[in-house]
Design a protein. Structure first.
Ligand code: FES
Length: 263
């Protein structure tokens, strides 16, 4: 079976003891198919019992194991080491905590901020009484076409990899974040939702117009959700609803200019 020695430079930092973060180096013989998560567990079992990282499902479902692998946010349980070695043409992989969140210890980051922001955008269905029956005996059906509008966004596992890669989240404390806005959009286009119009307004309150469309969130999402499309969808809803906030006016001005002058 294919195997290879790989060096792992792992970010180590315990804010309760350390004045600065450091990288510790561990050499591991990796077998074909081994994931980064398996290597982290191997390091913990054999070299560094105090190494901290999160992981629960080991199946790319719970979203807890996201870390940066050579600078790129990925799920440790889904990422095979030898493939990374091939991609980067190196025998050294650097494993670090995600960005845009405070480090609690080693590879564990504090999720409070992104999830408090998620809560602010009402990431749940607010039933429209005209569409959703108030008894469980009756169904609230939607068509496949309606479902298609938000289907992709329901695949989000909230691993926060997109939040880590988001430049708007780095520079704007009020910016809700990519997966949060994608979740907001998911309900904004759900025909059963009772506050659809308010949702674009919520997006405005949490700076959806500050997304610069770098598309890094789409690039790194391990579930191919492409949160930026949710942000753009919300902006579209705002513009089409006659919203008069600066972002919508900006879009309308460009559109008018395009129609009238071709520029
Ligand atoms: Fe659950 Fe990796 S351990 S997604």
């Amino acid at each position: 079976m294919e195997k290879r020695k790989v060096r792992f430079e792992v970010y180590r930092y315990d804010p309760s003891k350390d004045t600065h973060p450091r990288y510790e180096s561990y050499e591991v013989t990796v077998l074909k198919g081994m994931t980064v998560l398996e290597v982290l567990q191997f390091i913990k079992d054999n070299y560094a019992p105090d190494l901290s990282f999160r992981a629960y499902c080991r199946s790319a479902i719970c979203g807890s194991c996201a870390v940066k692998i050579n600078g790129y946010p990925k799920l440790a349980c889904k990422t095979q080491v030898l493939r990374e070695v091939e991609i980067y043409q190196t025998d050294t992989l650097r494993i670090e905590p995600l960005d845009n969140m405070k480090v609690i210890k080693d590879l564990i980051v504090d999720w409070d901020e992104p999830f408090e922001k998620l809560e602010k955008v009402k990431p749940y269905l607010v039933p429209n009484p005209e569409v959703v029956p108030d008894t469980l005996d009756k169904e609230s059906r939607i068509s496949p076409e309606q479902h298609k509008k938000y289907d992709r966004f329901t695949d989000c596992i909230m691993c926060t990899a997109c939040y880590s890669a988001c430049t708007a989240a780095t520079y704007d404390e009020n910016y809700a974040g990519p997966f949060q806005l994608a979740r907001l959009y998911r309900f904004a286009v759900d025909p059963r939702d009772g506050i659809q119009e308010e949702r674009a307004r919520i997006g405005f309150l949490y700076d959806m117009w500050n997304c610069v469309r770098c598309e890094k969130c789409a690039d790194i999402c391990p579930k191919h959700v492409s949160p930026v499309n949710g942000v753009l969808g919300l902006r579209g809803i705002a513009v089409n609803s006659g919203d008069n906030t600066p972002g919508s006016r900006h879009v309308r001005a460009f559109y008018k200019s395009l129609l009238e002058s071709g520029n």
